[in-house]
Design a protein around this ligand. Sequence first.
Ligand code: NAD
Length: 297
Amino acid sequence: MKIGFIGLGIMGKPMSKNLLKAGYKLVVYDIVQEAVKEVVAAGAEAGASPKDVASKTDIVITMLPNSPHVKTVILGKDGVIEGVQKGKIVVDMSSIAPAVSQEVGKALAEKGVEFLDAPVSGGEPKAIDGTLAIMVGGKEEVFNKVKDILLKMGSSAVLCGDIGAGNVTKLANQVIVALNIAAMSEAYVLATKAGVDPAKVFDAIKGGLAGSTVLNAKSPMVLEGNYKPGFRIELHIKDLQNALDTAHDIGVPVPLTSVVMEIFQALKVEGKAKEDHCGIIQFYEKLAGVKVRKKGV
Ligand SMILES: NC(=O)c1ccc[n+]([C@@H]2O[C@H](COP(=O)([O-])OP(=O)(O)OC[C@H]3O[C@@H](n4cnc5c(N)ncnc54)[C@H](O)[C@@H]3O)[C@@H](O)[C@H]2O)c1
């Protein structure tokens, strides 16, 4: 079984390396040569284009920033669709608009190629550990064929419905994560200005109802003023835009998502779009005139 992997960024690099570690043969491609070199050094073969990767492999995985990149790589000139053969499978693990997953799936189906949308949650640390949460849309028989491969990159892979359902689930995930980080930030700024050490607040509440994976992952970062990505603000803006568009298209008001989107936009104006999404706290720090730090930082 030969796997193609296209998109070797923060997530794609460790995910592809985990497939190599599991013993799969990989043909990889990215427009950034440094990224390709690194994964080739770990044992992969370099492809010349998405078309070339698809013509040499049984399953093609893509891990790209957003909908336009996925359309270019899969449906564009020298794209996967030009090299992939009937009966093969394409799995897009990027977080994109569900409507675009459906469009890509339809175009591939016309060539007799199967498609799954399979975005992930967990960020770079879980991509490195191979413990991502994977949410999938597509046919059950196709999902069953690739499940073992997905579980080399994640600790769970759940089929959520037809093509597009994976990305609808991911949008729900991104709304919950964004609102959680904003709530955490608001609370830590409140505690800090009230004179309570935010590190003590984290210690005291993490085992209670307010405890969460978001709180555990992001508290140590904000308490040190560390906004190194991780998950960039610009990518979360992309996800919330997809969430707002999808929600409004089907008649779902999402008031809290809109507020957090505007906070992200304010941070982008300040030049912070490439920082980790836990950088939201800087918006609250500025409003209240305090810095949230554990003692000694
Ligand atoms: N970083 C995270 O914590 C995280 C967590 C969960 C999901 N995601 C999602 O995973 C996807 C990838 O995220 P990332 O953080 O790895 O992004 P990234 O920007 O680090 O990586 C994307 C890669 O795609 C490559 N690329 C772009 N256009 C290309 C093209 N036309 N052909 C070939 N390669 C191309 C880029 O060069 C880059 O290496 C996004 O949809 C993101 O929302 C990211």
